[in-house]
Write a protein that binds this ligand. Structure first.
Ligand code: IPE
Ligand code: IPE
Ligand code: MG
Ligand code: MG
Ligand code: MG
Length: 326
């Protein structure tokens, strides 16, 4: 092993990956048109096409923790480098063209989910990432279409990866399963049905959280593994890790909704209470919810260690998911 390996902190790891993702998305979501008439339209800022792109950029380049993209990049590094710590000199040798378009695509898809989650017919929220939500900054129809377009552009971005065709198909299969009716969209439907349902069980809540939030988080990690040509055992371990942190992530989101404030969160605090959402704190209380999230993080780490995936950022990211302040 190279003795000049420079260990980096998780804050630096997150910051540098976020920067790479932000830059990539900024370039990838530029207006581009082949059609001359559209081009003309684009010159005019009030053109409908430029309004759509502006709304897409407003909601996808406006901060965000980029946790899904970062997890995807971290899983890719974990398998590619197969060493406990990322090293400046090692990671520069990685073929980022295999994974970066996918990690950025996942973030575009996540941005779609937030736009739609905030719509009046869903959670009816006015604040997201510290700014007015898309339908307030623009209008409802534009927000709906910006979400649709980000979903499709996100998948198209994933297809820009340098992976071989077979791996590409695996990536798209994993991704689409995680955001469709068996994943995020299905989970959001259950969320609406469970709102103000005083009969909801813990089991139903776990299914809902695992689908609406856990599924895309899990796909992000597993896809990072696929992009790095992980073997079956490694994919299993990454998958187990990601299922645990995916659930922990939404439990933490539920806890923050109650304990934090809108300024820090960048979104309306105490929204779940106001809408009588079925959440972990509602069913278990805050103390037990925190214990549950911590337990899941431990289980996630154990899953990695069982398969000798000993990559510090994946452990630290699991901690960060429950210890974060927003
Ligand atoms: C918020 O996700 C929506 C949930 C699934 C709980 P994030 O907390 O990752 O939101 P950003 O991307 O950092 O804004
Ligand atoms: C949103 O869950 C899940 C998705 C966007 C798929 P929440 O409704 O709890 O997310 P926030 O709290 O508005 O970010
Ligand atoms: Mg919601
Ligand atoms: Mg919401
Ligand atoms: Mg929430």
């Amino acid at each position: 092993m190279n003795t000049s390996v420079k260990e980096i902190s998780i804050q630096e790891f997150i910051k540098s990956k976020k920067q790479v993702l932000d830059n990539y998305l900024d370039q990838a979501l530029l207006y581009s048109f082949d059609n001359e008439k559209y081009k003309e339209n684009m010159q005019n800022d009030s053109g409908s096409a430029s309004k759509l792109w502006a709304a897409m950029r407003y909601s996808s380049l406006n901060g965000g923790k980029r946790i899904r993209g970062i997890l995807c990049l971290a899983a890719f590094e974990a398998i590619s480098l197969n060493s406990p710590m990322p090293a400046d000199d090692n990671s520069t040798n990685l073929d980022l063209n295999k994974v970066l378009p996918i990690a950025a695509g996942i973030e575009a898809i996540h941005a779609m989910s937030l736009i739609h989650d905030d719509l009046p017919c869903m959670d009816n929220d006015s604040l997201r990432r510290g700014k007015p939500t898309c339908h307030i900054a623009y209008d409802e129809a534009t927000a709906l279409l910006a979400g649709d377009a980000l979903l499709v552009e996100g998948i198209a971005l994933c297809l820009k990866t340098d992976l071989n065709p077979a791996s590409k198909i695996r990536v798209i299969e994993e991704l689409t399963a995680s955001i469709g009716a068996r994943g995020m969209t299905g989970g959001q439907m259950i969320d609406l049905e469970q709102t103000a349902n005083e009969e909801a069980s813990l089991e139903e809540l776990e299914i809902m959280h695992s689908m609406k939030t856990g599924a895309l988080l899990k796909a992000s990690v597993v896809i990072g593994g696929i992009a790095a040509e992980a073997n079956n055992e490694q994919i299993e371990a990454l998958s187990e890790y990601a299922v645990k942190i995916g659930l922990a992530f939404q439990i933490a989101d539920d806890i923050l909704d109650q304990e934090s404030n809108s300024e820090l969160l960048g979104k309306t605090a105490c929204k779940d209470l106001a809408q009588n959402k079925t959440t972990y704190p509602k069913l278990l209380g805050l103390t037990e919810s925190k214990a549950k999230a911590k337990e899941l993080v431990q289980e996630a780490k154990t899953a990695l260690l069982k398969s000798n995936i000993n990559f510090q950022p994946l452990f630290s990211l699991a901690d960060y998911i429950v210890e974060r302040q927003y």
